[in-house]
Design a protein around this ligand. Structure first.
Ligand code: SAH
Ligand code: DHB
Ligand code: MG
Length: 225
């Protein structure tokens, strides 16, 4: 993966991956197909994928919504934590990414559990409302950070009381401390962070993360009962 932040952090990330999140043939093949298709190398790390998997299992989630599929790498980690009758919907803007993801998810044996919906999430989220999609137990946001505040509104609409909302890349190498006016991603993440901190319907925190994805953070928010 891309960002280098210091040899020790990267080596420890590799140490954690090797102990707790070794990639099997399916995950390795998914990464290879993404690389061959020229997709950006910005998926969650293996141990971040394992954390998504554990969160999904910990809350016993049956219905998961992901915003930002890329090649379906995080999708595989999330879906593997679902029970047999569990379902995942993942939203992806780019039809090329969605195609690679569908192939990866089919090869992972997860096609029956997962629906990849192509289009801008702000257009496809409204179609989930009243589409018979049951309230989500977990929402993972990992698409364009500028729209995180809007995705939060949708998550609050589509998820059940007690649901978990996770959001990747909400620290952005510390840029959220004082976002530049010309950095819409940092501005979006900072606005999102204020909203999850202040919304009385939520209890939340951010895990600061460092390693092969650089310096960033994962927001963890629970909708009150
Ligand atoms: N969750 C993936 C990585 C997602 S990268 C993983 O960890 O494996 C972010 C993805 O969000 C990209 O594929 C990008 O095309 C998609 N995206 C960007 N803007 C979007 C939008 N408005 N609606 C839906 N998806 C979007
Ligand atoms: C980018 C997006 C991500 O979701 C991520 O984890 C890292 C980088 C990006 O758009 O550069
Ligand atoms: Mg991300």
């Amino acid at each position: 993966m891309n960002v280098m932040i210091g040899d020790m952090f990267n080596r420890v990330d590799g140490y954690i991956d090797a102990l707790f999140a070794p990639e099997d043939a399916v995950l390795t093949a998914a990464q290879a197909r993404a690389r061959d298709a020229g997709l950006p190398d910005i998926q969650v790390s293996a141990n971040q994928g394992k954390l998504l998997y554990l969160f999904t299992k910990l809350i016993g989630a049956r219905h998961v919504l992901e915003i930002g599929t890329l090649a379906g790498y995080s999708t595989i980690w999330l879906a593997r934590a679902l029970p047999d009758d569990g379902r995942l919907i993942t939203l992806e803007l780019d039809p090329d990414h969605a195609r690679v993801a569908r192939d990866n998810l089919a090869d992972a044996g997860l096609a029956l559990k997962i629906t990849v919906v192509t289009g801008p999430a702000l257009d496809t989220l409204p179609t989930l409302e009243g589409a018979g999609a049951p309230p989500f137990d977990l929402v993972f946001m990992d698409a364009d950070k500028v729209n995180f505040p809007s995705y939060l509104d949708w998550a609050l609409k589509l998820a059940r009381p007690g649901a978990l909302i996770l959001a990747d890349n909400v620290i952005r190498a510390g840029k959220v401390l004082a976002p530049d006016d010309d950095d819409p991603s940092a501005l979006g993440a900072a606005a999102f962070n204020r909203q999850i901190a202040r919304n009385p319907r939520l209890e939340a925190v951010i895990l600061q993360q460092v390693g092969i994805k650089g310096h960033d953070g994962l927001a963890v928010a629970r909708i009150r009962d």
